[in-house]
Design a protein around this ligand. Structure first.
Ligand code: NAP
Length: 315
């Protein structure tokens, strides 16, 4: 059994799968957090300046045995093998979202982490947006009567030439859409489930470019979500919730919050610094944080949704 890492010593962290999100978010967040010391990276083609870099996680774990924890930032189809290798070597694991390509592989990792006394963290960065906890508190006190989610963005701008995202397991438009679902499942006081869905697949791709999802809770409260990657011009990452006391609107992916038409003051901590603060707490306490609710809704959409074939998509 691993023991929790004492608060006096930094957690020796390695990053695996060095790409866009590592450069944009992980490296600055880790550099600003004294709980972590970044000691190595593993990536087939990329390195992090100033750090020992290895071509594979196996090579890295063999060469740097005192690594305490790893952040796995490669595409989801390749996360299970790396997570299994890390947990088997006794390392705590931070999984980028989505935590895997299937629900069952995440369940397997959860069991492995538990058997070794290690932290497995299914990170959902959008849940750490500043509007999310205030929205959750408001909806705990003012029951929602309806919810409308609009997540529409330009895939050419946000995911240029990302082949994995269009392949099976890459989730297509659910790659951003799962961020919306991570917020929905955090702020709603009741569980929801999918009734019907439509998924639009470009004729030359294995993952959808758009989806319409209709959920409800046990009391019949409707939740409608629209995901679309063909949006040009203004981008939308909005969640609008009806309540008897007025409308709650969370916009810009949770960066802003309006209640009954009045914009609310929010905390300033950004998503990834909050994620790493949480990961440090978990590692030091030797506890897991595994929640697959957003991934389960996506799996349900692939299981229940009607499929339509739409125009081919070319980057
Ligand atoms: P990315 O830049 O396309 O990929 C990250 C890195 O993974 C690549 O640079 C590549 O490094 C490695 N990789 C690619 N294919 C691989 C394979 N077949 N096997 C092993 N490693 C592979 O993607 P990203 O945008 O950083 O996204 C990575 C994850 O972060 C995704 O799950 C995504 O949902 C999540 N995320 C992304 C964003 C964003 O804004 N981009 C935001 C939040 C979360 P090497 O070629 O050097 O191995």
């Amino acid at each position: 059994m691993m023991s929790a890492i004492q608060s006096a010593s930094a957690i020796k962290l390695a990053i695996v799968g060095v790409g866009k999100i590592v450069h944009d978010q992980h490296l600055p967040a880790v550099a600003a957090n004294a709980d972590f010391q970044l000691v190595a990276s593993a990536s087939r083609n990329n390195t992090v300046e100033g750090l020992p870099g290895f071509r594979s996680i196996e090579e890295m774990l063999a060469a740097v045995p005192d690594i305490d924890a790893v952040s796995l930032c490669m595409p989801p189809q390749y996360r299970y093998a790396a997570a299994h290798a890390a947990l088997s070597a006794g390392k705590h694991v931070f999984l980028e979202k989505p935590p895997g390509a299937t629900l069952s592989e995440v369940a397997d990792l959860e069991a492995l982490a538990a058997s070794r006394g290690l932290t497995l963290f299914t990170s959902w960065h959008s849940r750490y947006a500043p509007a999310v906890q205030p929205a959750k508190a408001y909806l705990a006190a003012h029951a929602p009567t309806s919810m409308h989610v609009v997540w529409k963005e330009d895939v050419r701008h946000w995911h240029p030439n990302q082949e994995w995202i269009w392949q099976a397991g890459g989730l297509g438009v659910f790659d951003p859409g799962i961020n919306a679902l991570s917020i929905v499942t955090e702020i709603l006081p009741s569980l929801i489930f999918l009734n019907r869905a439509t998924l639009e697949f470009p004729e030359n791709r294995d993952a959808p470019i758009a989806a319409q999802l209709h959920f409800q809770d046990a009391a019949g409260m409707p939740v409608h979500a629209e995901f679309d990657w063909r949006q040009t011009g203004k981008q939308s990452w909005d969640i609008i919730v009806g309540t008897a006391a007025g409308e709650l609107k969370l916009s810009d992916g949770g960066a802003r919050l309006w209640i009954a038409g009045v914009e609310q003051p929010l905390g300033k901590e950004a998503e990834y610094p909050s994620l790493y603060r949480r990961f440090a707490e978990l590692v030091r306490a030797g506890r897991p944080d595994v929640d697959v609710a957003p991934l389960r809704h996506v799996a349900d959409a692939f299981m229940l949704g009607k499929r339509s074939v739409v125009d081919a998509f070319h980057d």
